[in-house]
Write a protein that binds this ligand. Structure first.
Ligand SMILES: [Zn+2]
Length: 75
């Protein structure tokens, strides 16, 4: 299994740093209340669900096209 290269950004990138796609989705952790708005955002690729198990090193955004995960850097 090949290790994914580590991508980071200070804020949500407008384009995927890997493939250049504009479909960069925010990863939502936990169990969000499913509603029409969330369903629409999931369908549009604006949000992906990260599940409820989180660690200290979870990516913040994910490219909807190539699946690249982007972590938030501080400073
Ligand atoms: Zn991408």
């Amino acid at each position: 299994m090949r290790r994914q290269e580590r991508l980071t950004a200070k804020q949500k990138p407008r384009k995927c740093p890997k493939c250049g796609s504009a479909k960069v989705a925010m990863i939502l952790y936990g169990l969000p209340a499913m509603g029409p708005e969330l369903a629409r955002d999931l369908e549009a690729g604006k949000i992906v669900l990260g599940g409820c198990c989180t660690s200290d090193d979870d990516p913040c955004w994910q490219c909807a096209d190539c699946g690249a995960e982007i972590r938030r850097t501080t400073g």
